[in-house]
Design a protein around this ligand. Structure first.
Ligand code: IPE
Ligand code: IPE
Ligand code: MG
Length: 248
């Protein structure tokens, strides 16, 4: 092995005993994955759902505290009714299976986003999943569903304004910590590492408030092809960063 290769493989060694507390993933590239294979976009989403299952299970195995995934954005409603319908169908299927396995997996699940826009059956499944989750501690998986970062901040601002009007809060003093209590992510530490596969170099409205000091990892791999090794690469890259949070 040449010096370069040795160096490269050393860089890929993730230390799983020193994990970041919270990893967030923009699960992108399903459509392109399907297109490359001459398949409909919906087949890419089905493959992406499988990848999510595998990665979530693996994160629990290695002892990650928080995993947050972007499943459907407030902007994704712009897609065809067929594609949106297929995505919602996959979510229902996933949640039904997850509910069945929760006793065994003991993964705590939460949802970030405005669930009221979802069809009643899906809302009910999210609610049931949340209820069952209350019993569990350990790995928490947050699924961002009809989630938009700006939408989250606007909702928080409106809730805060309401509290001010009704005398529960003061319009003259507000800290970032207090504002965080009004966000969907209430109680969850900010993501240490945000991963975006598929080669796109943007946030697409994913956790803009919480990402203030996150480390980013971008890869060209499409989400359905993302695997444990890719996750190790991302963690290894994260472990090589120097986080200063504005200090010297
Ligand atoms: C991510 O894959 C899934 C969702 C946004 C719901 P895409 O469907 O965006 O896949 P590409 O980006 O078109 O390849
Ligand atoms: C972000 O991906 C949303 C999800 C992965 C759920 P998009 O594919 O919607 O983002 P853009 O359109 O490329 O910015
Ligand atoms: Mg995309």
């Amino acid at each position: 092995m040449g010096l370069f290769n040795r160096k490269k493989s050393a860089q890929m060694q993730a230390d799983l005993t020193k994990l970041p507390r919270h990893i967030a993933i923009i699960m992108d590239g399903n459509g392109r994955w399907a297109k490359k294979r001459g398949m409909p976009r919906t087949a890419g989403h089905a493959a992406g759902a499988e990848t999510f299952r595998n990665i979530a299970t693996y994160c629990k195995e290695i002892g990650l505290e928080y995993l947050t995934v972007y499943a459907f954005s407030t902007e994704n409603w712009k897609r065809s009714a067929e594609e949106v319908g297929a995505l919602m169908g996959l979510l229902k299927k996933y949640l039904l299976e997850a509910i069945e396995q929760m006793e065994r997996d003991r993964v705590k699940m939460e949802f970030f986003g405005d669930l009221t826009a979802l069809d009643p059956e899906l809302q009910e499944l999210c609610q049931r999943t949340r209820e069952i989750s209350k019993r569990y501690e350990g790995c928490q998986v947050n699924i961002c569903l009809n989630y938009g970062g700006r939408d989250e901040i606007i909702r928080a601002a409106m809730a805060y304004a309401r509290d001010c009007k009704e005398g529960r809060a003061s319009a003259d003093s507000l800290t970032a910590e207090q504002f965080g209590e009004y966000l969907f992510s209430k109680g969850v530490p900010d993501p240490d590492l945000i991963i975006r596969p598929s080669g796109e170099l943007r946030l697409s409205n994913f956790l803009p408030w919480q990402a203030a000091y996150s480390e980013f990892y971008f890869t060209d791999v499409l989400w359905p092809d993302f695997d444990q090794e890719e996750l190790h690469r991302a963690i290894a890259a994260y472990q090589g960063r120097s986080r200063r949070f504005g200090g010297a």
